[in-house]
Every structure is written in C-alpha cells, then in structure tokens.
Write a protein that binds this ligand. Sequence first.
Ligand code: FAD
Length: 589
Amino acid sequence: MAIEVVIPMLGITIEKGKILRWLKGEGDVVKKGEPICEVETDKLVTEIESPGSGTLKKILVTENVEVPILTAIAVLTEKGEELPAKYKTAPGAVPPPPASASPRELPAEKPIQIPAPSSAPSARPTGEDYDVTILGAGPGGYVAAIRAAQMGACVLLIEKAELGGTCLNWGCIPTKSFLSDVGTYQKVKHSDLFIHGSKVSMDLRKMVSRKNKVVETMRRGISLLLESQKIRVAKGTGKFVNPKMIEVSSNGKVETYQTRHAIIATGSRVASLPNVKIDGKKILSSDDVINLTEIPKEVIIIGGGVIGVEFGTIFQCLGSKVTVLEMLPQIIATEDDEVIRGLRVLLEKRGIEIFTQTKVVSASPKRERVEVIIDREGKQEKVLAEKVIMAVGRAPCKEGLDLDKIGIQMDGKFIKVNSRMETNVEGVYAIGDVIGKMMLAHAASAEGIVAVENIMGKTREIDYRKIPSCIYTIPEVASVGLKESEAKQKGYEIQVGKFPYLNNGKALAMGETDGFVKIIAEKELGQILGVHILGEHATDLIGECLLAMQVEASIEDLGEVVKGHPALSEMVMEAALDWQRRAIHLPRR
Ligand SMILES: Cc1cc2nc3c(=O)[nH]c(=O)nc-3n(C[C@H](O)[C@H](O)[C@H](O)COP(=O)(O)OP(=O)(O)OC[C@H]3O[C@@H](n4cnc5c(N)ncnc54)[C@H](O)[C@@H]3O)c2cc1C
C-alpha cells in the first residue's frame, strides 16, 4: 500500500519546513528509517527519515520550497505497485502545493480555533465509543490525551475555553514571559556598564503583547500536536450523564459521547476571601493581572504563596511599591526553612514589604485606591494601594460536572483519588488541580500519564517525593523531596551539604551571587532525601538532582560527576562534596 512521506512535527513552535535537498530520487528503493531528504526550519536543519520501506515513487515537493509541517512531500509504493491516481495529476518535478492544498495548514498569526467536533481527521463521530474521554485540556488533560493516543487509544478531549488551560493561558507561561522581561530590565537598570544618564523604562503594554504572542504560539503548537495524534477535540462544557457517557454543550448545541474510561482534568480557578470581592478593576485576580497595561504605583498582594511572591517580584521590578500580606508566620510556607528565610531577606532587600501573621479584614475601593484593613497581632491597621491582587490560592473546578450523579467521592473540596489516579467510580480517573495534591502543571501532566498508562493496562503509581516545586522569583527557588525539618521528624539521621553561589565562578561572572544549593542526605548510606536551591537558574539546576533521585544515585555519585567549568551546576557537585566535608571551594571545616 502506498505510504505518504510527510514533514513531521519538529517542535511545537515550528510551523513550516523548507526541503533543502532530496537525498533519494524518484525510483530509488528506500528502507524504513533511512534519511530521504533534508529539511530546514527557522530553528534547525534536520534529516527526514522514510516512514516505511519501498520505492520512492513520486516527489511531491521540490527542493527550496517551503511547506507547512504535516504536508505530504513524497509517496512510497510497494514493489510493482502503481502510483495512486490522486498523486498522478502533478507533473514530474512538482511545483509546491498551493497553500490552500495543504490539509493541515494553519493561518500565520491568528489564535488557534479549537476544531469543531466534525473536523477531526480520523476520530469517531458523536455517539460512538471512545476508549478515553478527557474533560479539560490543561497540562493534565492534553498531555494525558497525547499519551493515550500514543498508546493506541481513540481519544476525545473536551475543552470549554482554551487549549493549554490555566498553565498556558493565565498561569505559568504568561507570568514567566513577564518575569523574563523584568529580569532583563533589572539587569540593565542595575548594571553600571551603561552610560550614565541614559534612562531605561518598561512598557507594560508591550510586555502583554509579547506574552500574548508566546501564548498563541504555544496554543497553535498544542493544537498541531493533538491533530498529529488524531485526537478529537470537542469544544464545549462537559458533564457526566453516567460514568460511560459524557454530554458536551456549546452554544445551545448538545452532543453525547460514549466512553470506556473518563479522566476529569478540569483544573482550578481563582479563590478569594469571603470578605473581599474581586472586581477586576482595582481588586484583581491573577487572570486580570496578566492583562494590566499600566504599571500601578502601589500593589498590595493578599497571599504570600508562590503566585503572590511571583507577582510581587514582577511589580517590584516594574517600579511599583509592593506589599505582601500573609496570614501564616512565613511566606512560601511549604519550602525549607532556610530557603524561606533566604528568599524573604532577598525580597525585602529589593524593597518588597512583607507582613506575615497578618489577616485581611476587608478591602474596599476608595476613590483612586483600595483601602485594606489588616489585623496584625490583634491590632487593626489600614494600608492603601492603587491595585490589590488576590493570591490566596485556587479552588477546584467541579461545578456542573454532575459528579454527585455518578457518585464520585470527595476529599474535602477536591476529588479523591488513589495513587493510580482512580476515583471510587470504576473507569473514572481524576488528575491535576482538581485533585489538589500538588497544584503544579508538571504534576498534573505526570498524573495524567499515570492515569492513562493504568487505563491502557500498565501498573503505574504517582510518586510525589520526586516531583519538584519551582518558584520563579528573582532569584528562583526549586526543591524536591524532604525539607531538613521533615527529614529529622521522620527519624532520619541526616547530614547536610551546602554550597553558596558566592563561591561559584560562573555565578560571580554573571553577577548573581545570592543563594545556595542545599542537599539533605541520609548520613550512613548517602541516600538523597531532599534538595533545596535558592538562586539564579535554580529551576534548571534542580534537574540533575531529580535524575539522581530517580535513578537512586547516592550523594557521593553526585559529587563525583565532573562538571564543565565554569558552570552553575558545579554548585550541585560542590554541595554533594560538602556533605562529605570535602568541597573544593569551601574553607576546611
Ligand atoms: C498565576 C499562576 C502562575 C502559575 N505558575 C506556575 C508555574 O510556573 N509552574 C507550575 O508548575 N504551575 C504554575 N501554576 C499552576 C498551574 O497553572 C496549574 O497547576 C495547572 O494549570 C493545572 O493543570 P490542570 O490540567 O489540572 O488544570 P488547568 O490548567 O486549570 O486546565 C483545566 C482545563 O479544564 C477546562 N474545563 C474546566 N471545566 C470544564 C468542563 N466542564 N468541560 C470542559 N472543559 C473544562 C478549563 O477551561 C481548563 O482549560 C500557576 C498558576 C497560576 C494561576
């Protein structure tokens, strides 16, 4: 049977490829996996491998012609097989297919439209059985959908808003786009390398516009990935009719789908305090903040958790006077005590005011500003700001799913699951923020993969001890495993290895000397129990520690790795050596 050679997806942001060179000619016999042409994109040059064995019967796209990815560029046939009629119309050296001829072309810059159910290439129509139906296309849902399709399932993915969920559209990616912008601004502003008297300032409108482009690019990428996996996307709001039947409503139209398994991945939404009303103008949710176009003079952030300190960093860098109000004795309360203290000092040094053990009594717009009444150790005080950002956490999205109708058990306000991501209802799984375990994008994705692999017959359990937590302040925080206090409470006899950024050549060269790498390991055998990093690129540095924990390497193994010099990652090696009291760039102790 004839096989089409297409330009595969080469990266989620790559939309087109140019045929640089054909390595095989028409009539050549090729083997599966053999390189047959070279393709150039705006990011890379790569060889395209033959998807099967046979004769390269027809080249459909000539050299130096650019076409959208997933476009058919050649046809292979079996020995003696005729070229199918549909490819015969094109003459010998075929000109590029007209843009509209590509079955999967995307408009250049327009935001992606989630395809209507009927447009799915090979998915089954309404009413027929799906192997796996997923409610919600955030990092939990869309990753689960891809894994299920990879494993051969027929998949339906239901999304009521945008592909990518909170993470891509209102959370991780928008805030990291802003943090990258303000990071550059800070470097320029505080460097004495520039000619004195020159003034730099930030344009929040441009930051928002750049953020929107990043988000749109990634949305297009996800859409292409889903399409390449032949996953059917239904746009609308899903709910259960019964555990094996899901109803999707969109603009008054209702469709029902049969499914063997369902995964609830509906995520979370902004939570508020009962005494504070988010108005979207002066009292803002995180969803509102990412579209602000003017830098406020003062910002009060209610909540000193991850989202609160990240927004605090962004607005302090932009020049706002920032006050963080936290009810608990510390900000980022789930982190290691030393990291908490270190980050607090650094944020305060930058000018962020932090009030801990502080309750918000009320917040009310008053003329140009918002008046916030706080209670500190029993005394009421008034603080004023142009904008208030609500960052007290997130609530699970479960309303309207008719979970009670199918008898789903809850764990407080979240859906209850076991370590295989199974709910109490057979065939129904739940993942991501809606189960409230580790409300992070990569945790949602990991849970999604565990759910799918169990559905598809493997035996998988989630292990939260090896999932990192990352905070994108300036500098960053990253951690995995046990905190020092937890390790002691659990009865481990531990030794701590620590290395400061100040003693690392690359950190000094970069002018980024705040922070440390701290590794907690069991004293006798060197089992790594936890890693805590405060400092520039902490969220990248944690990667090798995750791998070490995954493969159960000892802390001695971490210390023996020879690092390139100079590199920030030398600090992981030095912290591991410090655990043995033999770090090279620390004084004897
Ligand atoms: C400001 C902010 C910054 C963040 N930064 C980070 C970060 O840097 N790193 C990190 O790991 N995490 C971060 N997070 C958390 C991260 O965004 C979430 O943990 C992650 O998005 C959860 O993924 P999810 O798939 O469970 O849910 P979501 O991403 O919330 O996706 C759920 C999807 O389900 C859809 N949906 C809901 N109900 C229905 C229904 N009935 N029918 C159809 N569709 C439905 C929603 O529209 C949504 O698209 C941040 C969050 C915020 C708010």
